[in-house]
Design a binder for this molecule. Structure first.
Ligand SMILES: Cc1cc2nc3c(=O)[nH]c(=O)nc-3n(C[C@H](O)[C@H](O)[C@H](O)COP(=O)(O)OP(=O)(O)OC[C@H]3O[C@@H](n4cnc5c(N)ncnc54)[C@H](O)[C@@H]3O)c2cc1C
Length: 407
């Protein structure tokens, strides 16, 4: 029996690792030929960690077939998908006995003018690489002779839109970079730097316990991160950001991290979708088909939603759904217990060696929680190579600072 899996993210990777490859032929289709450990992605944007330390090549997994392509459509009548390779433009068809859709989501720009053209996202490793290059470019540009103090300020005004974990962790990493490296490597520029975090709600990290969210805001204010809560970006040009209260300011870098929406593939698939545009499934992840469910198409991770339930779009949920589905297949689709999400809580890094933990057993802040945060992610990295590289990067950064080479 052949299972075709779309994606190499948290849900798909967990599924691929757990599925019994003696029972099933596994074919993986994804435009990304590696698994990416997103919780540590913000750390790569300023060089706390190196890019390759948090990825795992999918081809390291034995007994699978991999095609580096995107699936463009599903033909459920004849059990086949159409795929396209972005590099060569090659289009081809693949047959399946079972299809598992785990394509994740993309960053939501809410249709705001100028975002796609001018902002950088933080979803893939290529995004982090662009941010890192841009941050260093901003400092190098501001260092050129004949640049006025006003121009320096404009180059070094870093705006982050979105006060969820991604935006907060990026702002925190950037602030660490400024405190620990800029003051040494671009010492005459530190006074010109400004980090502005823009959030539509009244507080940042709104999914965390209120006290933890307030603590994060207090720490950010102490770190000189300017918080603009209850603020909406209405328009962005190549140089300016406009807010809903009429404020306009120039920026050197804008990172957009305001939540997700469905991929074009999901939107165009014709599968039943909920109000968040996620593919509707039952609680064994069979995809909805009219009043019933397909018997050989499944959807897991961020792109899917169990009918009537609203689970958060997190790696934790994605991994648990991937694991559940693999075990379900290994039991030859014998329906025993339906999926039940086990909430392990949330962690976030807020800079200056401080973190937040909001877990069922432990709510904490500060340096101790930072050590817990690092230990938790070190153990969750998916290979020994990743663990060793991340540990090495942390030690290297602590001893010799971040590498500001631009290449
Ligand atoms: C910066 C950042 C930090 C985060 N931190 C945390 C955290 O600390 N804790 C936490 O729980 N969650 C965190 N998340 C959220 C977490 O990364 C996601 O919830 C999780 O990745 C979802 O897993 P997924 O498998 O559904 O999708 P993804 O991991 O996004 O994977 C989707 C896969 O599908 C592929 N794909 C896309 N379109 C197609 C197509 N048409 N055909 C085939 N393949 C396709 C993609 O290339 C990718 O391989 C973070 C996210 C980001 C961006």
């Amino acid at each position: 029996m052949k299972i075709v899996i779309l994606g190499t993210g948290f849900a798909a990777f967990r599924f691929i690792k757990k599925i019994n490859k003696r029972i099933y032929d596994i074919v993986v289709v994804s435009p990304r030929n590696h698994f990416l450990f997103t919780p540590l992605l913000p750390s790569t944007t300023v060089g706390t960690l190196e890019f390759r330390s948090i990825i795992e090549p999918i081809r390291n997994t034995e007994n699978i077939t991999f095609h580096q392509s995107s699936c463009t459509s599903v033909n459920s009548e004849n059990n086949s998908i159409e795929c396209k390779d972005a590099d060569t433009g090659k289009v081809y068809t693949l047959g399946y006995d079972y299809l598992v859709i785990a394509v994740g989501e993309v960053t939501n720009t809410f249709g705001i003018s100028g975002i796609y053209e001018n902002a950088l996202f933080l979803k893939e490793l290529s995004d982090a690489r662009k941010i890192r290059t841009k941050v260093i470019d901003c400092f190098e540009n501001a260092s050129l002779p004949g640049i006025s103090p006003e121009e320096k300020k404009d180059f070094l005004r870093f705006a982050v839109c979105g006060g969820g974990p991604t935006g907060v962790e990026f702002a925190a990493e950037l602030n660490d970079f400024i405190e620990e490296d800029v003051k040494r490597k671009y010492h005459d520029l530190a006074a010109y730097v400004e980090i502005i975090l823009i959030e539509a709600r009244g507080s940042i990290l709104a999914t965390f316990d209120k006290k933890l969210s307030e603590y994060a805001m207090k720490i950010f204010k102490r770190q000189n991160i300017i918080l603009k809560t209850n603020s909406l970006v209405t328009e962005v040009t190549d140089k300016t950001i406009m807010l809903n209260d009429g404020t306009m300011f120039n920026y050197g870098l804008l990172v957009w991290a305001t939540g997700n929406t469905s991929t074009d593939f999901v939107r165009n698939s014709g599968f039943a979708a909920d109000k968040r545009k996620k593919i509707i499934t039952d609680d064994f992840f069979y995809v909805k088909n009219g009043e019933t469910f397909y018997n050989n198409i499944f959807a897991i991770g961020d792109c899917a939603a169990i009918e009537g339930k609203e689970l958060p779009a997190t790696a934790q949920v994605a991994q648990q759904t991937g694991l559940f589905l693999a075990k379900f297949f290994n039991k030859r689709l014998l329906k025993e217990r339906p999926f039940h999400f086990k909430n392990l809580g949330m962690l976030a890094y807020i800079g200056n060696r401080k973190a937040l933990a909001d877990t069922p057993q432990y709510k904490g802040t500060g340096f101790g929680t930072f050590v817990f945060w690092r230990s938790a992610y070190l153990t969750k990295l998916v290979s020994f190579k990743n663990k060793a590289l991340v540990l090495f990067d942390w030690i290297k950064t602590f001893i010799s600072g971040r590498d500001v080479s631009n290449f």
